[in-house]
Design a protein around this ligand. Sequence first.
Ligand code: NOJ
Length: 555
Amino acid sequence: MRVTDTSDLWWKTAVFYNLDVETYLDWNDDGVGDLEGLAHRLDHLAELGVTCLWLAPFYPSPQRDNGYDISDYYGVDPRYGHLGDFVEVVRTARDRGMRVIVDLVVNHTSDQHPWFRAARSSPDSRFREFYQWRDDVPADQPANMFPDVEDGVWSYDDEAGQYYRHSFYSHQPDLATDRQAVRDEIAKVIGFWLQLGIDGFRVDAVPHLIATDDGAEHEFLQALRGYVSRRSGGGMMLGEVNLPYDEMVPFFGADDGDELTMQFDFVANQALYLALARQDAGPLRAALAARPALARGNQWGNFVRNHDELTLDQLSDDERDEVFEAFAPLESQRIHGRGIVRRLPPMLDGDPRRIRMVYSLMFSTPGAPVLFYGEEIGMGENPAVRGRGAVRTPMQWTDEAGGGFSRAPADDLTAPLAVEGWAPEHVNVSRQRHETDSLLRFVQGLARHYRASPEIGWGELTLLESGHDCVLAHAVSSSTGTLVAVHNFAPDGRSVDLDLAPLGLDLGDGVRLTDLLGERTSPDEASAAGRHRVELEGYGHRWLRVLRPDEKRLV
Ligand code: NOJ
């Protein structure tokens, strides 16, 4: 690769940041976040080092699934502003060096969408075929994605006189995406938002959107991606596909990665939590070793937490119990029998060394990092909010009442703020801006080093021997250079004798290693034997740049 490739395939080295306009900043003080508020905080995001915003659904919606129940694909929920405000945000973000992607939720609509209203009203409606209908419930119906809320995926609609399919809540009827008429409408939705200046989509629930066992369905995804690329040269699709690696691969596209551009790495995410619970890097190491190779244009999205439960569905029952015991001892902290409704810092008892180690890992793992709003300051959840809403509390800007999110009375806030040790009084952006050693400054540093190290997004991964089960040592190498990262999952320090031989460097011949995150400026010589000693503190982390004698990189 050439360093200039990073601007073409921009997503491979982007720093993504997901936020919900509703909980970010309330500019008119009505208790609900809005686009004008977001526009005023784009500078915070640019300063943090974010290069691509992922906006959670902001479309008109009855809000029975946090906006993932859409009743109009072409609008903005009036509580947040209007399309003009949206365009202003996109334009201002671009001025600050940030692209914008939006959620594409087309597996289902809200039952209040005009298509479903028309469909249920008459079998003769031209929208009837937009959804999936049956006269009876099949004997072997698949489990619903929310098994503790919904009995199955077929519900009876009195008005329609038939059963309709819904993979998620019963108020979210599944679209019949095998119908050309539906596909044409989806393409129009995509075309509309691209025309407004966005750079792509986070695609919701992809394995539900297309049947996994049907090659013809992949033609649909391929066609959508082709359409995105024709309408916008740099347009991309980041898909939600929570499946084992071998089942994720087809969603990148068999033909040189021409379906989803990126996928979240749910496998490594779940392995990360098992590794944390065990204080043993093994599970994560195994996951990374098992990662399939990607086509040049594809990428992994690395994340620590998102707006949903921390799903552990790919772990065995025993492994899941280990993670539950370590990080969600209370039943109220668990959901759907598979996940945890907490943010990372409270799970780690607020231990700053451990929290930093995790984000250092996220930024140094091959792929592109995806932050969830508030992670940059270590926000916690509000355990009094039931279910997934616990992690969707308003952004904490200041220590004022309302956390600087809104000046509306507490009762009018769209969601309650975090409380006790995690309240805005203790955790807020404003305070951390003034502290040189804050988590905010630390994450900002990670983003800066990530952006200056394109080998993380583009390079080959080499897992190195560290000599300790608790220490993950890995290297990423591309023609731009090599970066070595070391992470300690245990609470006590370790002397790590890194074996750099697999990197094939001419060690001892003037090759040096320099500490990137620390304050040390003088590079250490790598020993001739190809080994390098690194002293790691408990939950310590280190990024080392390999400097060849003819190196021109600025360190
Ligand atoms: C996935 C989204 O991330 C989640 O929040 C939502 O509930 C489901 N899709 C259904 O839309």
